[in-house]
Design a protein around this ligand. Structure first.
Ligand SMILES: [Zn+2]
Length: 433
């Protein structure tokens, strides 16, 4: 709790990103306990900290990581000041309590505990406190993977991206992230003759662009399950009431899944997004004067492809959906995080499942994130990464207490349980037998 509060009390908002105080604190704590550390910084105020407990080398390393930066705050909106780490009613309040100073503190405590107990290790355990996760990964995970990979190279990695879901105060299931969709951008450019708006033209690019956007919104990408999403729906069916269970089972039936997807789109959009690539229009840029038909109009589409989709094939399908020779459809610039998946049939996933059973007595659901995380960069280098996290009340998000909210908070009891859970996974994967 002391380390957790100290870290939450540091304003590491990104932007501008000043992770230096947190990095210095972690270095001090680790070194004081006799764990050597190294600092890697692309920019002086944005260091990454690496610490390593040596094993006997009979197995390849395990990486445990958390990010030190947090998203911005609007202090006026907070009841408890955002960097107070105030404790009230069994909660700790503050920016970063759920994202990601919980994982950061848990990983720190795992290192300190392994060291204090002199646990003999079959593999190195590497701790990484990364800068820049919230939108400036070039100083954080990208820098570490591209410039200092040997210092963090591992067989397995544990990071943020999962959680244990509680509803009505009861644990429902544990969600463990094993794979994520890949963000891409598609740009639409409609072209036609410019002219006076008093004479409507059939070639008006604004109208053609609007039609293209409409068609993309209605486009149905091919549905395909992977190992993670298939297991997710199968296990979700096992723990759901009959009506919902039947629906989740229908996802696994190729003859019924399209109909379920239509129901999902209206009622459980997060589940629809797991079934296929999605395309969401987000930016429209058309026209500059009321009386001028512009010669060009543009739109940007946020695309999230399934990790194993062929991007060229997806572009082709979107072009066919648009089906308008005056509208150009192309990929635009975006930081494309590489794909990669983590297995469900290895010792790491089994250790996580066993720890979930021991600490939470519930089902483990492997999950695919629709958003992107830092784990993508490590998976692209062959590291099997798993997203874990503490138990969170499902009701908390909609009530404004979630990650990135103006009243971010964590249950104290769940922070402690998460540390024990985290330690248990690491010990079972790394301890010498
Ligand atoms: Zn985070």
């Amino acid at each position: 709790m002391q380390h957790f509060q100290a870290l939450v009390q540091m304003d590491t908002s990104d932007p501008p990103g000043n992770e230096q105080p947190a990095a210095a604190y972690l270095t001090r704590v680790l070194e004081k306990e006799g764990i050597p550390t190294q600092t890697f910084a692309l920019e002086p105020r944005r260091p990454n900290v690496v610490a390593r407990l040596k094993g006997n080398g009979s197995k390849r390393p395990l990486l445990i990581m958390g990010h030190t930066d947090v998203v911005n705050v609007d202090p006026k909106k907070w009841t408890h000041p955002p960097f107070s780490a105030a404790r009230e009613g069994g909660y700790v309040y503050g920016r970063g309590t759920l994202d990601d100073k919980d994982n950061l503190t848990a990983a720190l405590m795992v290192m300190l505990t392994l060291k204090r107990l002199s646990v003999p290790l079959d593999r190195d355990v590497i701790f990484l406190a990364e800068a820049g996760e919230e939108g400036s990964t070039r100083v954080g995970i990208q820098y570490m993977v591209n410039q200092h990979f040997p210092d963090v190279e591992a067989e397995y990695c544990l990071a943020e991206g999962g959680r244990v879901v509680r509803a009505g105060g009861q644990v429902r299931f544990a969600s463990i992230q094993t794979i994520e969709k890949i963000p891409r951008a598609i740009e639409l450019t409609a072209s036609g003759a410019a002219g006076h708006a008093s004479v409507p033209l059939l070639t008006n690019p604004v109208v053609h662009l609007a039609g293209a956007i409409e068609k993309i919104a209605r486009w149905e990408a091919p549905i395909r399950l992977n190992e993670t999403t298939g297991t997710y729906f199968r296990r979700l069916a096992q723990i759901s009431p009959p009506e919902q269970a039947a629906r989740y089972r229908d996802v696994l039936d190729p003859n019924k899944v399209a109909e379920v997807d239509r129901w999902f789109k209206a009622n459980e959009p997060q589940h629809s997004a797991l079934l296929h690539t999605t395309a969401t229009p987000t930016i429209v840029d058309a026209g500059y004067r009321i009386n001028v038909i512009p010669s060009e109009a543009k739109a940007t589409i946020d695309v999230r492809t399934l990790p194993d989709d062929d991007p060229a094939e997806i572009l082709d399908l979107v072009r066919k959906a648009v089906n308008d020779p005056t509208v150009r459809v192309e990929y635009g610039a975006r930081d494309v995080r590489p794909g990669g998946t983590s297995g469900l049939n290895n010792e790491a996933f089994k250790a996580i499942e066993a720890a979930v059973t021991r600490h939470y007595a519930t089902t483990t659901l492997p999950t695919m994130s629709t958003g992107a995380t830092d784990m993508a960069y490590l998976r692209a280098r062959g590291v099997q990464c798993y997203g874990i996290g503490p138990a969170i009340d499902n009701e908390d998000g909609p009530r404004g207490f979630g990650a990135h909210s103006d009243q971010e908070r964590i249950l104290e009891s769940e922070l402690h349980r998460f540390v024990r859970f985290h330690y248990d996974i690491v010990a079972s994967l790394a301890r010498s037998r």
